[in-house]
Every structure is written in C-alpha cells, then in structure tokens.
Design a protein around this ligand. Sequence first.
Ligand code: HEM
Length: 395
Amino acid sequence: MVFDELMGYQGKGLAFASGDVWREHRSVTLNIFRKLGLDENVLATRVTTEVNRFLGHLDKSDGQPVNIREMISASTSSIICAILLGHVFQYDDPRFENIIRDIQTIITKNQQIVMMSYFPLLKLLPLDVLGYKSLLQTMEALYGEFKLWIEESRNRDPRDNFIAAYLTERTTRVRQGQTTTLDEINLLKVVSDLFIAGSETTSATIAWFILYMLNYPDVQRKIVNEIDQHVEKGRAPTLRDKPRLTYVVASILETQRLSSISPVSIVRTCPKDVHIKGFTVPRGSLVVPNLDSVLFDKTIWGQDAKLFRPERFIDEQGRLKVPEEFVPFGIGRRVCLGRVMANTELFLYISRMVQTFEFLPPRPGQPPSMNYVLGLTAVPEPYLVRALRRNTCRK
Ligand code: HEM
C-alpha cells in the first residue's frame, strides 16, 4: 500500500503490520497503555488538564474569529506527545509547531495518496506532480523527530512514558531469551502510527462538531441546557456525568457518524480465500472497508441519513441507543486501538467547550460551509468561529 510505503519501514509497527509483528505490537501497546493508566482515570486527568490549557488559549481570542482547527490540533497532539514522550510542549514551541505542520501535511495535503493506493504507477509521474517525493521528505523529517524522542527516553523510568516502557519491555524479553519482534525500527513505526492516528483523528472530529454547532444552533442550545441541568455551575463535566448527558453523547455519536472522518478506513489484505454471500474474495486481495456505505445507509439510519440529527441515537425512553452499524472505529480484530482514548477525549473536550463558550459564525446567520478536504481523513476546510464566554460565573 502506498501510504505504508510512503511512511517507510513497510510492514513494521502496528497499523500496517500483519502476522506476528502486528499481534505482538497490538498486545504490548495495549499492555503499556494499561500500565500507564490510560484505560480511564489517568487519561481523564491528563485530558482535563490539557482541555483547561486549551480553553485558556481560546479565551484569549476574546470573541474574535479564530481558526479553531489549528488550536484543537495542537491541543490533542500535545496529549499524545505527553503519552509517548512524557513531555508537554508549549503550543508555540517551534519544535512542536514543526511536528504539527508535518502531520497536517501528511494527513490533509495528500489527497493523491488515496489515488496512488489504487493506482501505484501514478507515483512515478515526472516532476513530482502528485507531491509524492515532497511527502517522503516530510515523513523523513518526522522520523528524525521521533528518533530524538527515542534517544530522550532511553534510561527513563518505564512508568514515565510509552517509549521508555517499550524499551524496557524489549530488554526484559531479550534478557529472558524470548523470541520477540520488539526492536527500535518497530518502535519508531509504532510511535509514528500512534502519533498520526492519535492526534488528527480526534481533532478533526472536534472541528466537525463545532462546524455542526454553527450550522445547527438548536442542537448547541439543547446541549447547553442538558449540561446546565445535570452539572452544577462552577464544575466541569467529568466522565462520571456521561451517563446523564445523553444528548451530549448522542451529538458526539452523530458527529462521528455524519463526518465519517475515516471513510475508507485502512486498506487490508485478505489472508486466505474467503467465501461471503456467494462471492469469493481470493487470498491476497486488497480489501477497502468503505465505512461511509454503512454510516450513511438509509435503510439503517432512515431517509434523513445525511442530516445532523442526534435524536436518532436516543430511544423513546430517552436512553442512548447505538446500533451495531455505528462503525467509525472499524470492526473486528483490527478495530481502532485508541477508541477508549478517543471517546474520553471527545467527551471531555466537547462537553467542556460547549459549557464554557457559545460558538458563533463570524457573521451572524452565515455559518461556514461544510466543505472538507479528503486525505487520509476527511477534515473540514479551515473555517473561522467566534467563541464567546458564556454569561455565567463558571471557571
Ligand atoms: C475519533 C477518533 C478516531 C477514529 C474515528 C479512528 C478510526 C480508526 C479506524 C477506522 C481504524 C482502522 C480499523 C481497521 O483497520 O479496521 C483505526 C485504527 C487504528 N487507530 Fe484509530 N481512530 C481514532 C482515534 C485513535 C486514537 C486516539 C489512537 C491512538 C492513540 C488511534 C490508534 C489507532 C491504531 C494504532 C490503529 C491500528 C490498529 C490495528 O491495526 O490493530 N486511533 N482507527
């Protein structure tokens, strides 16, 4: 696959690996996440701290139009940086700014990558018309940074960050004479997989959410009412409030469904002949999981499947109802490894953002368009928004 080739170290790491390398890395990564407390509480504390910092920056815009996507992206990337490296960057640290810029180039400016995945010969076109070579350079710059992270994490406490924990786990396995695929090339690729998958996906979803709020002000009002009803003034929503904030959660699910940020997921290879509904998918075929076809299917979601309507996730008794066809994270053994992290981030950012600010278009009654850039993910085109602090005494 071209994207894996572009990333270098083909078949290594996690998201694009298979067989023993994938199995060992999926299980080691999940174990390290658990040891670092990322299955819930520690993660929630980290995210809450970062959300506070982000809101402080947003507040500085003083109700003037801002490009919120860039701010969100810096904020969510900072969380995954802290997990991988154990270091919290300032948003305006030039080193951090370079990383964010490179990641965004890889994610958004490479719509051609999708095309090249299907027609690999396109990458041989002269004069780098599709930008393949310049993307390779961006990727090299990123790996340069990730290599520094590995150096910086050597000999650090394994409880401090992901990279240190991985290096310790590798040493243990080697010392015990175990056969292992853990090595520094795989580590480099895993860091890159987690960083790319873990920063832009969540931030793109939050950017979509704000865009929907500008286009559907009634929904924004209902969300605020629900938060005000269930969360006392002066207190930020926490994960414990989630079961009571049904409409907030339904709006997040509807954002994920309708924005479908990963419309064709990750292209996989069929490991053996598979017979399904009278068809044979031969071993070695490329399989493109078209998540859009499920998330927009009118027979599942109704005739208004293309409309933003959070109520579709709420049953007659007012309880949350999530059909099994809700698959933004994929399904099966390769289902998104970061979905707990993503769900935690989405709830804590979104509930706190709407509790603290009213989001308005730059000009009254003229919401930005819902156009998007389709690269590796579907990300809204840059848009401006005004964030007005709500007229309450909340912190
Ligand atoms: C809203 C946010 C997110 C969405 C919509 C999303 C979606 C996806 C999808 C569709 C896949 C492919 C599943 C498949 O191949 O069938 C995937 C894989 C993956 N995601 Fe996410 N993701 C999100 C957030 C995250 C986060 C926060 C992380 C990490 C910290 C992450 C890490 C990964 C990894 C490592 C894989 C590859 C798993 C494997 O191949 O075993 N994702 N994600």
